[in-house]
Design a protein around this ligand. Structure first.
Ligand code: NAD
Length: 334
């Protein structure tokens, strides 16, 4: 299978390694010449300081990249997805399977990535759209450490096709799902709560506070799933609670790291400047906050993160506001 990977950053190269281990023919496209040179000459993923298999090749030429592709895997930060698609569109010939492995929701439109692909790519060029999501740090996958993900598509056979592409009996287990909406939402929303978890740790709060925040984060995710028509059961899978756990508790999470710095008193601009990889949670906070206001969904944690990040309110003020709200029942309204 010839797969073109759009985005040769940490996650793009970790997934390229899985495909290469599964004997797929991988060509990576990246706009950054240095990144492409590092892949072709040094076989190196700079962000992770890790070597990748020598058969993974890279190019800055989008026409070459699209000519190679039976399957196109998008792994670019969501804010550049539309421009990456625009570059690729003139060179897509025939119908392709599009896989998305990025995690985000677009502010204003509230669109998930599969919806943006479906909106921008002509129907005749789309065979299937599949999302690959779940608890996964590139740092571990690139070393061949045990990981399990979910491949989701509204078309069950398409989800199973991507499941078989990535499934590796040594270290990479893939489940399939037909709840594309739920799987994409889980991957996107958990980044907001990873920022919150980092802020909590940065403020010096303990395990009790973290566990409380993670549980209440699930409640907010559940409300958004219900509003958008995703299956709430998906929340209890790899792409929901699985990804929430890994991202709220692991030092590898960029969103957690960014939250930690903000919680420890660094300002947002300084923090983002110091991060070498994308922090999707910032943009997703904006999107989820807007959605919760438009749809009148009560999301105190999302509101709190929005206040810290966009209204520049001190984390300790926001935390004390969260704690001083009226007490309420944990039971769901009947
Ligand atoms: N890193 C992880 O562990 C991980 C795990 C799961 C999901 N993700 C998600 O994957 C996405 C990418 O994350 P990452 O960690 O690989 O980011 P990254 O910052 O390491 O890499 C992004 C890459 O995209 C390239 N790029 C930017 N604009 C481009 C364009 N128009 N065309 C082609 N390439 C372009 C950049 O040059 C860079 O190499 C994010 O949505 C992230 O949330 C990351």
């Amino acid at each position: 299978m010839n797969t073109t990977v759009i985005g040769g950053g940490s996650w793009g190269l970790a997934l390229s390694k899985v495909l290469s281990d599964n004997h797929h023919n991988v060509l990576v496209y990246d706009i950054n010449e240095k990144t492409v040179d590092n892949i072709n000459r040094l076989h190196l993923c700079v962000q992770l300081d890790a070597y990748i298999p020598k058969d993974i090749k890279a190019t800055t030429n989008i026409e070459t990249a699209m000519n190679h592709a039976d399957v196109v895997l998008f792994v670019v930060p969501t804010k550049v997805l539309r421009s990456a698609l625009e570059e690729a569109l003139p060179f897509i010939k025939g119908a392709k399977t599009f896989i998305n492995a990025a995690k985000g929701i677009e502010p204003e439109s509230f669109k998930r990535i599969s919806e943006i692909i479906a909106e921008m790519v002509p129907e005749s060029n789309i065979k299937h759209i599949v999302s690959l999501s779940g608890p996964s740090h590139a740092e571990e996958v690139i070393k061949g450490m045990t990981t399990a993900l979910t491949a989701a598509s509204e078309d069950e056979a398409a989800a199973q096709f991507v499941q078989s592409m990535f499934h590796n009996q040594q270290y990479f287990r893939v489940y399939s799902s037909t709840d594309l909406k739920g799987v994409e939402l889980g991957g996107a929303l958990k980044n907001i709560f990873a920022l919150a978890a980092g802020i909590i740790r940065g403020q010096g709060l303990g395990d009790n506070a973290l566990a409380a925040f993670m549980s209440r984060s699930l409640v907010e995710m559940h409300k958004i799933y219900a509003h958008l028509g995703a299956d709430p059961e998906t929340l209890y899978g790899l792409s929901g609670i699985g990804d929430l756990i890994v991202t709220c508790t692991s030092e590898h999470s960029r969103n957690f790291q960014a939250g930690y710095k903000i919680g420890s008193g660094k300002n947002l601009e300084e923090t983002l400047k110091s991060m070498t990889m994308v922090v999707e949670g910032i943009r997703t906070t904006q999107a989820a906050y807007q959605l919760s206001k438009v749809a009148d969904i009560d999301t105190p944690i999302i509101d709190a993160i929005y206040d810290v990040v966009f209204n520049k309110i001190e984390p300790k003020v926001v935390l004390s506001h969260l704690l001083s709200r009226d007490s309420k029942s944990e039971d769901k309204p009947k």
